[in-house]
Design a protein around this ligand. Structure first.
Ligand code: NFS
Length: 663
């Protein structure tokens, strides 16, 4: 395997060499052995009934029921969106149950950590606040939120958080969503054999279900996580496989829901547990996260991250992991096979996700602290079984935790928190625009390469980047999520970041926290100066290494909210020109955003910058011109610095309206 062919991560590179030496297969190898089906990968295989599967290979061909290429491709895409929306939203639902239990006392160990946010959410869900205890409010919030998932008619409460114009677009198109459960069921119904057979109409329901996820299930997941575990604010932590320790019990928490991982964090910090670890010969207990569990715990608790999606098997290969504790989503079944070569225990915990061959220790929020302690103890008991280890000495600092509340606060202060300075910076041209770069890794493309290259190009071009999910973890590994990355930023972006005191790439959380990006976009649109809808903002959304159905749902709700969204890797509807047009030009005409699949990194960057510039021009903003701004201030400021360096006696006060040349 030529160097750099599989990953740009030095730590992953080292571990892949180790895997090859030990003859242990990982996803990086399996991807070579498994050639994708040329029909299914283009969206042209229909297996929705037992007359088939019908494999359509060319335009004009139809299935046994007469379904056309566009109908089949649209149905497949819609089902992908439904599955993704279901995954996010079911995660949100479980958090509602935990909030309910925390308020009634039935879920000991959980508490309401952010009462301010609880009240804010209560207001949005029309729950009475005055004269009530936080527990009383929380019970109603949890019940109202649970009812949102199954809302049969009308529209979900949080749609009101979108700009007025956006809400009207949704209503006019008939895609303002009811509860996410209902919208998902409707996709499954419509795509059953012999039902909805118009590609555009099928995909309208895709937009509606995705909106129910983004502005419903996912947004509730974010809000309720913040209420229970605290709204994130920036802190410093570390990332990459080097965070594992040679002489400590290493426990990796992997998956998505913060309910279990927060309890494991508490158990691992318990002095009694640490003593127990010492009694087994370890110096202590190290926790590290993978995937979105990592995002949840690093931004709230500062728990270091071992890496992103494709790092999961590599972490086990270190031989230094006593237990990998997983809950739901993005967990490779292959972990069990890799772990068989080591002492590592793969511990499944969710009643929704068992893996054959793994140790199942089922989680129950009613006994959460107790179960978490049992799991940590199991890991500690496994420490003496450790054989040789191989931990790459590679790690990087990162600053996660930019919740939209914190972004508002850092830009406007405590009393007048606002996004005004952000809008002003875009209007002045210091920032060319904004980009959300999110989503997975996919072994079909070089691990982390697209995330890294695209974000570096954005920084150079004065585009402020926000990241979530495995994309955020990727660039954290390469040092972009810290102040030092400012050296890669263009002059205007650098100036803004230096003034506010932020890195040029903002970590906004896990994948359900893409809802935080929606909130920021909605506030930017209503703040003034950048039009009056999300689709007016000079910004783009990208998922350059996507692989999951969740990513399809996220992309679709961004598009439905007005964002031009580009996904990498390959198009799942490549086989249908008609469907490619519907989600492209068709959706752009309907909702102002479009969905494109673009595997080429350079073209992705160019398309993104062109779109940002097009939106700037439509708003009548000055053309982007990096020469107008200095490294640390505008040209006048630079001139002043230079004059001082040369020994000139120029007062800073003379800067007010008077150029240095004049002074
Ligand atoms: Ni998102 Fe998070 Fe990662 Fe992709 Fe999986 S962990 S929910 S789906 S792989 S970004």
């Amino acid at each position: 395997m030529p160097k750099g062919d599989k990953t740009v991560s030095p730590a992953a590179e080292v571990m892949l060499e180790k895997a090859a030496e030990m003859d242990i297969g990982t996803a990086f190898d399996r991807v070579d052995e498994m050639k994708p089906c040329p029909i299914g990968s283009k969206g042209l295989c229909c297996k929705n009934c037992a007359m088939g599967p019908c494999r359509l290979t060319k335009e004009g061909q139809v299935g046994i029921c007469g379904a056309t290429v566009s109908t089949v491709a649209a149905r497949n895409l819609a089902r992908g969106i439904a599955a993704g929306a279901a995954a996010h939203s079911d995660h949100g639902r479980d958090l509602c149950f935990v909030l309910h239990g925390a308020a009634t006392g039935e879920a000991p160990g959980y508490q309401i950590r952010d009462e301010f946010k609880l009240r804010e959410v209560a207001r949005d869900l029309e729950v009475e606040i005055e004269g009530r205890t936080k527990e009383e409010i929380a019970i109603d919030v949890a019940e109202r939120a649970l009812a949102e998932f199954g809302r049969q008619s009308g529209e979900i409460y949080y749609l009101a958080r979108a700009p007025q114009k956006r809400q009207e677009i949704w209503r006019d198109l008939g895609i303002a969503p009811r509860g996410v459960d209902r919208e998902i069921v409707e996709i499954m119904h419509r795509t059953h054999v012999g039902n909805d057979q118009d590609a555009e109409h099928i995909l309208d329901q895709g937009l509606r279900a995705a909106l129910a996820d983004g502005w419903g299930g996912s947004m509730l997941a974010t809000d309720i996580s913040d209420i229970l575990f605290g709204t994130p604010s920036p802190l410093v932590t570390q990332i990459s496989l080097g965070v594992l320790k040679e002489d400590e019990v290493n426990i990796i928490i992997h998956g998505h829901e913060p309910t279990l991982s927060e309890m494991i964090v508490a158990a691992a910090l318990d002095p009694e547990m640490i003593e127990y670890a010492k009694s087994k010969g370890a110096k202590g207990i190290t926790l590290a996260g993978i995937c979105c569990t990592s995002n949840e715990t690093l931004m709230r608790q500062g728990v270091p991250s071992a890496g992103n999606f494709l790092d999961q098997e590599l972490a086990v290969l270190t031989g230094a992991v006593e237990a990998m504790v997983v809950d739901i989503q993005c967990i490779f079944q292959g972990l069990v096979d890799v772990a068989e070569n080591f002492h590592t225990k793969i511990i499944t915990t969710s009643p929704k996700a068992m893996i054959t061959g793994a140790l199942h220790m089922e989680f129950d929020e009613h006994r959460a602290p107790e179960i978490a302690r049992e799991i940590v103890k199991t890991a500690i008991d496994n420490y003496p079984n450790r054989a040789s280890t191989y931990i790459p000495d590679i790690q990087e600092n990162m600053v996660p935790g930019f919740s939209h509340e914190y972004v508002r606060y850092m830009l406007g202060g405590h009393y007048r928190g606002s996004l005004r300075p952000l809008n002003d910076a875009i209007m002045a041209g210091r920032l060319r625009g904004v980009a959300g770069v999110v989503g997975c890794n996919n072994p079909r493309v070089v691990h982390d390469e697209a995330h890294f290259e695209i974000v570096k190009a954005f920084l150079k071009n004065d585009v402020l980047v926000v990241q979530t999910g495995c994309g955020a973890l990727c660039n954290a590994k390469y040092g972009l999520l810290q102040g030092e990355a400012l050296k890669m930023a263009g002059p205007g972006l650098r100036e803004i970041c230096e003034t506010v005191g932020i890195p040029p790439v903002l970590h906004m959380g896990s994948c359900v926290d893409n809802s935080r990006i929606l909130t920021v976009l909605a506030e930017m649109a209503t703040e003034g100066g950048l039009g009056d809808d999300i689709s007016d903002i000079p910004g783009v959304g990208l998922a350059p290494e996507w692989m999951s159905e969740k990513a399809l749902s996220i992309a679709t709700y961004f598009v439905a909210s007005g964002v031009y969204t580009i996904m990498g890797v390959k198009s799942p509807v490549e086989g249908s020109e008609a469907v490619t047009d519907i989600i492209g030009a068709g959706w752009e005409e309907k909702v102002g955003g479009k969905l494109e699949f673009e595997p080429d990194i350079e073209r992705t960057i160019q398309k993104s910058l062109d779109h940002i510039d097009k939106k700037r021009a439509a708003l009548g903003l000055p053309e982007y011109d990096p020469t107008r701004f200095g490294q640390s201030g505008d040209r006048r400021w630079q001139a002043w610095l230079k004059a001082r360096e040369e020994g000139a006696e120029v007062s800073l006060y003379s800067m007010a309206g008077v150029s240095v040349e004049e002074a």
